[in-house]
Design a protein. Structure first.
Length: 270
């Protein structure tokens, strides 16, 4: 999947900060002590390496660069955590800019046990914003911070095309303003999940309640559409497992109902 050129600093900063720091320490030890061992011979070259070790400055530069990248990773993780924990309702989600909205969606999936890659390819107008990985499967995510407009069917079609082009396993589209009826109908029966404002809020509240511990998520992706996003307090809890519920459509009768967000682990309905 194409993307802009990634520097070494960016690659380390994208790792969890303890991993980035560990890479720096290992690199330092390899350069500072591993290289001299390779030249530990009783000749002029070996003596020069033992006395001066010309690669020692490089070892410190490598360690310092990794330490700075680890610090950047730590600060970014703390910002994402505060961003998610401070969301209390749909209005607080609507107040975010498109970039923070992407971070919020990414963090909500990260809390659910996914490895999240921020591609930087989507921008404010569309495209692949996030790539989720878990259990050997890859999911493409597009984030739409549209406060009043509903996502039309052509956007869903485009993402379905990207799914085939990149040979991904599923597609998810998160949109604060919801989706049109045509978009929801097109997603039916396909590996496409439509996450509107109410469903996203339900995900956020669920991970807020359970902290950073990963939780089970559906292995079968179904479209989710909620027509009632005006009232946050209207989202009920599952009568079986007490998880938050989301609006779903009955494909046969076209009626809406409340279904457990952890389906198929729990099949509670209202």
């Amino acid at each position: 999947m194409g993307r802009g050129r990634t520097t070494f600093f960016d690659a380390i900063a994208a790792l969890p900060w303890p991993v980035g720091l560990g890479v720096g320490v290992c690199g330092y030890l390899a350069i500072a002590h591993g290289i001299p061992l390779l030249f530990a011979r009783a000749d002029a070259l070996g003596t020069a390496f033992r006395d001066t070790h010309p690669f020692m400055p490089l070892a410190w530069v490598f360690l310092g660069l990794c330490a700075l990248a680890a610090l950047a990773s730590f600060l970014a993780a703390r910002r994402r955590r505060r961003l998610l924990e401070s969301r209390t309702g749909l209005e607080s989600i609507a107040a975010l800019g498109w970039r923070d909205f992407e971070r919020l969606v990414g963090e909500s999936f990260r809390r659910r046990g996914y490895t999240v890659e921020e591609t930087g390819l989507g921008g404010a107008d569309g495209g692949i914003d996030l790539v989720l990985r878990r259990d050997g499967k890859r999911t493409l995510v597009q984030c739409k911070q549209w406060r009043r407009e509903k996502v039309p069917v052509n956007v869903v079609r485009e993402m379905y095309g990207l799914l085939a082009h990149h040979r991904a396993d599923a597609v998810r589209i998160a949109a604060r303003g919801g989706f049109t009826a045509d978009a929801a109908k097109f997603a039916e029966g396909k590996p496409i999940e439509l996450i509107d404002g109410a469903a996203l809020l339900g995900m956020i509240r669920e991970v807020q309640a359970k902290g950073a511990a990963p939780i089970s998520v559906p292995t079968r992706i179904e479209p989710v559409l909620s027509s009632d996003v005006a009232s946050d307090s209207a989202v009920p809890s599952c009568p079986k497992c007490e998880a938050v519920m989301v609006r779903r459509n009955n494909s046969r009768t076209a009626e809406t109902f409340w279904g457990c967000s952890t389906f198929p682990v729990c099949r509670g309905t209202r």
